[in-house]
Design a binder for this molecule. Structure first.
Ligand code: ADP
Ligand code: MG
Length: 729
């Protein structure tokens, strides 16, 4: 029996995995995390102080202290049955990486002991040569090392019965270039902190720290493991390269917020419990629009922690799914014809005085502070739309952006009718000969219930890639499989840059004698005028918007190889250099890595398409072709008229035509790939893969293969069909 029918057979006998219900979530929340509270228990006063100083203020931890902290972490972990530790990091492959070492060691006199020293906590040298480096390590130093990031707490990862202590680290080359997602993110957050505190101090002298906040919404598909295993395309590239749409898709809209199927529900509770233990504050779960599609979201956290938690959870979900004989698909577009998956990044900034800088205030003064950060965000997105677009560019996301359910590749900002009015009012009220004693103009009256007003509004506009949703912006173009760090590094850097410029412009006005508030209003007006064209309230999916955006001169780069150009323009180099986030060399290296990733992904997909076509689709089609041929021959021999087998002939003609086309196109695609592989310049090669392989062949080949699927005898078809992948569980 083929894997397909085997998997379908096994479905009915599949057993639901029982999942323990915690009595209360708070009873398990964070139990596998070395929190500050745990540190208090396991560390001496001085070690505790040193750790907290490092977490809160970035102070250095000396060697003696590191030894103490390491040994405290070890006794905590051993108490929980842990024997191994690993540095845990987020290399540019997009997944997380670990290399386990045991606490076990042998002393010079031969005594076996368990130990975890400060050195092992602080630094490790994984064999880095197989991680992407974009040529950085070749040019500088062949080695890379991981370095402890005390701002992110250590945790215990459970895999089956095994438990491993994970130390969150950054990954850098010996000469200091960052080789991961985390190091530049931390730098961007520091840059934002500096600029934002300066601007906050116009309004409140007590603010000494600003942190960016992130609440991600993770969309994903879940399918049966047996069916998954019978689809080599899902196994190899995370998406189906072929598949005729099922009769029923999402048109009935009966899946969204529908009741969660039991088997999936057990899986959800299971990964949520694992997440809670790891301190991931999951809050929301529901069905999404497409069949077999779901979403989860945590309570928002500081960006760096939020990023770690998302990476960690993607890993946990994958592992837990296997326990349930399910597979979770984090790919942006696993199935054609139905919605893809995104990862909305809800983002804001908060002060150490407890103020959300994107929440409208209650007094004219706090309102002006809100408007300042609000308008600066719009200006930042306007000025650096291309860099923001590059931050979310990837081969899988290309399948989703601009398709009819996802935000377009045009970066625009939605702020809702009400705030549009407020900005217009501000623009009109601030005039050159504004009387500076006239305080009334400062009293921009903002309705107290903007969040509620907007919630209403934004729920109706899901088509904007960057939407204000009451007290935060929601960056919706991020792909479901992406590490949020990339988007967050860029967003926080462009914000840092914009706020810094804003401050220097306001200061210039003040020096000329303007009152502070008046100076701020002037610059805000100027920013509103300068960035207005990025504001768009209409339907982002519409044809009309594409045209309108072009008229406005907004960039609309549809493919990854070209979108990535924005990473290495002079503008981008200055931006990242000014804010100490990336050196030119690092940007060039990252650009190279992203292009290479793109090439490899398209290459793998193309190979799988070829393989499946020749080893699966064509044999099935030919078997059916033979059946028809024999049938027609038999009917003819029995003396029937032509008309008696006219239909069979018609089917035979069709199937023969699709067989020929598929086979021809696959041959041509292989030729095209060979030509691409001979191109040495990475960017040219990526563009060639996109235009000469992907665009030139993927849809065409798929068209014929999907027709064949529709024509051939169901029993001859060994790949699980869409209706099975999406509806059987
Ligand atoms: P939805 O977008 O589905 O209506 P919500 O708006 O309630 O849901 O929240 C979506 C996400 O936004 C959640 O993860 C939530 O924690 C997060 N969020 C709420 N406030 C902020 C904030 N100030 N900064 C960052 N994220 C936030
Ligand atoms: Mg949302």
């Amino acid at each position: 029996m083929s894997l397909r029918f085997n998997a379908i057979n096994n479905l009915s006998s599949s057993q639901e995995v029982t999942v323990d219900n915690p009595t209360r979530i708070t009873a398990i929340f964070g139990e596998s995390v070395f929190t500050v509270k745990t540190a208090r228990e396991f560390l001496s006063d001085e070690a505790y102080k040193s750790l907290v100083g490092s977490i809160r203020a970035g102070q250095k931890i000396d060697r003696a202290m590191a030894n103490q902290i390491a040994s405290g972490i070890r006794s905590w972990a051993e108490g929980k049955g842990v024997s191994h530790f690993t540095h845990w990091f987020q290399p540019l492959t997009g997944t997380t990486a670990e290399k386990h070492d045991s606490f076990f060691t042998i002393k010079s006199d031969g005594t076996p002991i368990e130990q975890f020293e400060g050195d092992a906590l602080i630094q490790q040298e994984p064999d880095a040569s197989s991680f992407p480096s974009g040529g950085l390590r070749a040019t500088f130093e062949a080695r890379g090392y991981t370095a402890w990031d005390p701002s992110s707490p250590a945790f215990i990862m459970e895999i089956g019965n095994g438990k491993t202590l994970c130390i969150p680290t950054i990954f850098v080359s010996y000469t200091g270039e960052s080789l991961d997602y985390k190091a530049p993110l931390l730098k961007a957050l520091e840059a934002l902190n500096k600029s934002a505190v300066d601007v906050c101090n116009y309004f409140d002298r007590n603010v000494t720290r600003v942190t960016a906040t992130l609440g991600w919404e993770q969309e994903y598909f879940v399918i049966d493991e047996g069916l998954y295993n019978a689809r080599p395309d899902l196994v190899m590239c995370g998406r189906t390269v072929y598949g005729q749409s099922s009769a029923k898709g999402q048109q009935l809209e009966d899946h969204y917020f529908g009741s969660i199927p039991e088997r999936i529900y057990a899986f959800m509770r299971d990964y949520e419990n694992e997440g809670y233990k790891l301190g991931i504050p999951l809050r929301t779960r529901h069905n999404e629009v497409a069949p077999a599609q779901y979403e989860c979201a945590p309570i928002f956290e500081e960006v760096s922690v939020g990023v770690d938690h998302n990476s960690l959870l993607m890993d946990v979900m994958d592992r837990v799914a296997r326990r349930h004989k399910l597979r979770v698909l984090l790919h942006e577009k696993p199935f054609a014809g139905i919605n893809g998956s995104g990862k909305h990044n809800n983002w804001s900034m908060a002060t150490d005085t407890g103020v959300n800088l994107l929440a409208p205030g209650k007094t004219p003064k706090t309102n002006l502070m809100f408007l300042t950060f609000f308008v600066n965000t719009i200006k930042a997105v306007h000025d650096y739309a291309d860099v923001l677009r590059a931050s979310i560019a990837s081969a899988p996301n290309d399948h989703r952006l601009g398709a009819n359910e996802a935000p377009p590749a045009i970066i625009s900002v939605f702020i809702g009718e009400y705030l549009t009015k407020v900005l217009n009012e501000l623009k009109e009220r601030v005039t050159a000969k504004m009387d500076e004693t006239d305080e009334s103009m400062l009293k921009i009256d903002i309705h107290k219930s903007i969040p509620e007003l907007l919630l209403d509004n934004t729920d109706r506009n899901r088509t904007s890639p960057f939407a204000f949703t009451g007290n935060k912006f929601e960056f919706r173009a991020v792909g479901s499989s992406a590490n949020c760090a990339n988007a967050m590094t860029v967003l926080n850097t462009i914000m840092a840059e914009t706020l810094r410029k804003f401050k220097s412009e306001v200061d210039a006005h003040i020096e000329k004698g303007d009152k502070k508030e008046i100076a701020i209003m002037h610059v805000l007006r100027q920013y509103i005028v300068a960035s207005e064209k990025v504001l768009f309230e209409g339907d982002g999916y519409s044809e009309a918007w594409q045209k309108e955006a072009e008229k406005r001169g907004l960039p609309n780069v549809k493919t990854t190889p070209l979108a990535l150009d924005a990473m290495v323009t002079d503008k981008a180099k200055h931006l990242f250099e000014n804010n100490d986030v990336y050196t030119h060399g690092e940007l060039e290296a990252r650009h190279e890595i992203e292009l290479e990733k793109y090439i490899k992904k398209v290459q793998i997909e193309s190979r799988i398409m070829g393989e499946l076509a020749t080893s699966h689709v064509l044999p099935a089609a030919i078997r059916y072709q033979n059946l028809l041929t024999n049938n027609i021959r038999g009917l003819k021999e029995s003396g029937l008229k032509e008309s008696a087998f006219a239909n069979q002939k018609q089917i035979l003609e069709k199937i023969s035509e699709h067989i020929n086309m598929t086979s021809d196109l696959v041959e041509k695609m292989i030729e095209a790939r060979k030509i691409c592989n001979n191109i040495s310049d990475t960017r040219t090669k990526a563009i060639a893969y996109q235009s000469q392989v992907k665009d030139a062949f993927f849809d065409d080949i798929r068209y014929h293969v999907d027709k064949i699927e529709l024509l051939v005898d169901d029993r001859e078809w060994y790949l699980p069909k869409y209706r099975e992948l999406l509806f059987l569980r």
